[in-house]
Design a binder for this molecule. Sequence first.
Ligand code: SAH
Length: 526
Amino acid sequence: MRDTVLPHPVDPAPRNADAGPANRPSPYRTGRGTGTVYLVGAGPGDPGLLTVRALRLLRRADVVFHDSLVSDGVLRLVVASAECVNVGKRAGGRSTDQAVINRMLIDAARRARTVVRLKGGDPLIFGRGGEEALAVRDAGVRCRIVPGVTAALGVAAYAGIPMTHRGVSSKLTFVTGREGEDASDVRVDWSRHGEAGETLAIYMGVRGLPSLATRLIRAGRDAATPVALVENGTLPRQRTIEAPLGRIGDVAAAAGITGPALIVIGEVVALRQRSDCFEARALHGVSILVARSRPQRSRLARRLAGLGADVLQAPAFDALPAPDASLDAALLCADAYDWIAFTDETAVAACWDAARRVGRDARIFGALRFAAFGRATAAALQRRGVRADVVLHSFAPAAISAAFDEYARSRPPCVLFPRIADQRSEAAAALRNAGAVVHEVIACRTAARDDGGVVRGRLENGEIDVVVFASSNSVQVFRRHVGPLVARARIAAIGPRTARAAEAAGFTPHVVANATLDSLVRALRA
Ligand code: SAH
């Protein structure tokens, strides 16, 4: 994402125009130089709850205007070339005036093709999306609405609450708990919600909760009715508090709610499945920084996130071109090899770049067979239209020769191995041990990037619970690019060698796990 002003984009042919009369008007050309404003629901936080259509729009947006409610995880999916503007409340301040936002949307549509107005949850549920759509259409700009998972639905599901249930609740009401702040609001008549059997999903209700609860009880709702208050729903920091209606005001005040929170009132709350809800995951709510020494997305980070941890990887890396043309030269005589082997996505990308550089395409690989170490590497090939002939999951020579043996050979296989400079190559050694003749070429270099102290700041603020070092290399890279400070975070090292390197660098490990994820998780939960 960038925050510079966009040049006027060229209006290309419509992406999804079907065959038809050649002079059919472009769906994008709604007026001279006018784009389309898409009012898009970002869901309650978890990027997995975006719709496919929303994701496609984020990938091709020229400008994105978003609220503060839109999560970082969703914003990370916005294409890097888009201009991204936060028009929501910042640090307790005021949000941008609605009339100003309307104006910004209209102006943006006059200079850009795809303008995305990204709103938390669904744009038309308590999101003023209706007003924005009217203003945009009144200005003669095309407006499209892409619904999102509204907080009530996403949050209830992740908290394990069935909002309706046969024999318990046959009515669900979405209602705002914010009243009186805007004279033009239609007032809610709480006396009409006193009956059992109705589930209330209350948005923006934390501040007014004690008075709401009193009014509902006065209207006839039993003071023992169960209530759940879900803060930061669907996010790694999701927290659910439960209390009966008669006491929820006090309990919520004592809990100190700071994030967005949804209140669910009704008998269905008693049916909550605590055991399989989002918060029951092994590492839910634990914020983990995985120190890395390579640019690829680490499998460890992915698996920790799958267990509910809020995972950050640092430092960031840039891929730089190879120091010489040996990769280009090797690819130009690809038929001298039997195989090409990859251990990571960055090298795969570098090969495709090299093919382009020498004026060729994927056919440059000719009859080469492809070997990929790891599923992520195989997936990187697959995305480029190549199915790896073998996917290797270990460096064990026996496994490698078995894989090669599947393909008849009369001489040792000759393997081209494009790799990243400065990285220890266990794979090359393993291939040689398995009897291959290996030609290593440097496909690219990578360089860790300093982030201007952002990660250090988060560590110092106590926002990170654990720093995980998975290799001694990651210790060195972290020391160099993030710094010596690890403040209050606990330090976990995987394997004794990593632990010794961490100790030597001044990061005394609190936890030393062996190489399995299970052992790390056990240690982190202890
Ligand atoms: N358009 C949004 C609602 C905006 S009003 C939607 O459809 O969800 C903002 C309110 O939504 C918050 O005060 C809170 O009550 C609720 N909310 C939004 N995101 C939430 C989340 N991740 N967890 C809990 N409540 C959330």
